[in-house]
Design a protein around this ligand. Structure first.
Ligand code: PLP
Length: 402
């Protein structure tokens, strides 16, 4: 959680600016707000980091995914290719915009693969919701090629990859729309918040209206504004945006520290037989929020987790068993349990969710263990952690050798 590690004076200053005006709302109240517009400033800061032409801040990363889908024109009955390894919000956003999720294979990038996407395309496929997992990035050249050849809209859920890039382009800005989460666990936080980005002005206007009941945000009389499209309330408040602004300004520093620390951790862990790492299609663009290591197979990874627990090693994620990040534990989605009918209940699921065949994803996530990088770690702490990890892996792999 690097963002929260550096929480301090800067965040308090931005919050105080808002409290002094008393205007907690991001729109209107021009006379009272003394020219304090934190959501707008936060969006400008996100544009600087990502290179996006347009950025629109909303209430969470989840609502940013919803905005990214809706503003790109994805809706009822559209098949959307999604990964089985993501935070569950990506799949929920497809279901709640009326779309039909189609699960496809990931690869060692931890993201959907071009081959996986290709195999999942049907005549009803409208979009790919590509999720850049664990701070890294997907193989963008290959994926863009498949999307172009098959006329698919690419939506990038970069909830975990703010400030990552691919060949110089900000992750999240390569597809039609992209989005980031600024929740408590990310490289920068608002507390709760998210940002949707695009390079397409029309799509940006859609997001701006969609996230605020259709308001056009023209003029200074909210009750009399036109409403070109329907929408809902996904607005961010000024206090959250103020924190996001201060935090985002710290991201270049955090990213640099993360990279230094991750490099050291990788070089230490590379000495351990049986350990390898996730693939980064552009290593220079890594946001380095996670160290993603592979064990030889799922059983070895599970034994390593047991050894970590015995040795008191903290700060790791074993996603394979996580309730919210891997499809094996998503029975409520497989059984389409909801409080009321969704379009998918009427239209039918495009796949048999209870019997999906995704062997590559099972294998990749099964042997993956991730450590969140802390930007305040000292070199000594990193070396100590690597030593502990090494000891645990050695014990876990010794079982196989017997
Ligand atoms: C890939 C991805 N998408 C979307 C989200 C949702 O973000 P939030 O928690 O801000 O709603 C997350 C959060 O972890 C995420 O990791």
């Amino acid at each position: 959680m690097p963002g929260t590690e550096l929480f301090g004076r800067e965040e308090k200053k931005e919050i105080n600016d808002v409290l002094e005006t008393g205007v907690l709302f991001r729109y209107n109240h021009d006379a009272q707000r003394n020219n304090i517009w934190k959501a707008r400033e936060f969006e400008e800061e996100v544009k600087k980091i990502t290179g996006a032409k347009f950025a629109h801040a909303v209430s969470s990363g989840s609502t940013a995914v919803a905005c990214a889908l809706a503003s790109a024109g994805i809706g009822a009955g559209d098949e959307v290719i999604v990964p089985p390894f993501t935070f569950i919000a990506s799949v929920e956003a497809v279901l709640f915009c009326g779309g039909l999720p189609v699960f496809a294979e990931i690869d060692e990038t931890l993201c959907l693969s071009a081959a996986g996407i290709k195999a999942a395309i049907s005549p009803k496929t409208k979009a790919v919701l590509l999720v850049h997992m664990c701070g890294g990035m997907a193989n963008m050249d290959e994926i863009m090629k498949v999307c172009k050849e098959n006329n698919l809209t690419l939506i990038e859920d970069a909830g975990q990859a703010f400030a990552a890039s691919y060949k110089g382009k900000g992750i999240g800005t390569i597809g039609k729309t992209g989005c980031y989460s600024f929740d408590f666990f990310k490289i920068a936080t608002c507390g709760e918040g998210g940002v949707m980005v695009t390079n397409d002005e029309e799509v940006y206007k859609n997001a701006d209206c969609y996230s605020d009941h259709g308001h056009s945000h023209v003029g200074n009389n909210r009750g009399m504004e036109p409403h070109p499209i329907m929408g809902f309330n996904y607005r961010i408040g000024e206090l959250s945006a103020a924190i996001g602004l201060a935090q985002t300004r710290k991201v270049p520093f955090i990213r640099e520290k993360n990279r230094e620390i991750k490099d050291l951790l990788v070089s230490e862990l590379s000495k351990i037989p049986g350990v390898s790492f996730s693939t980064l299609p552009d290593p220079a663009g890594d946001s380095a929020t996670f160290l993603n290591m592979f064990l030889p197979d799922t059983e070895a990874a599970k034994r390593t987790v047991d050894e970590f627990n015995k040795a008191g090693v903290a700060g790791f994620n074993y996603w394979f068993l996580n309730m919210y990040h891997f499809i094996n534990q998503w029975n409520h989605i497989k059984e389409l349990k909801a409080t009321a009918k969704l379009p998918i209940h009427v239209l039918g699921a495009p796949q048999d969710y209870k019997n999906l065949h995704l062997p590559k994803s099972q294998e990749v996530v099964g042997r993956l263990i991730s450590f969140g990088i802390r930007c305040t770690w000292t070199n000594e702490e990193v070396k100590e952690l690597a030593k502990k990890i090494g000891g645990c892996v050695e014990k876990a792999l010794a079982v196989t050798a017997v």
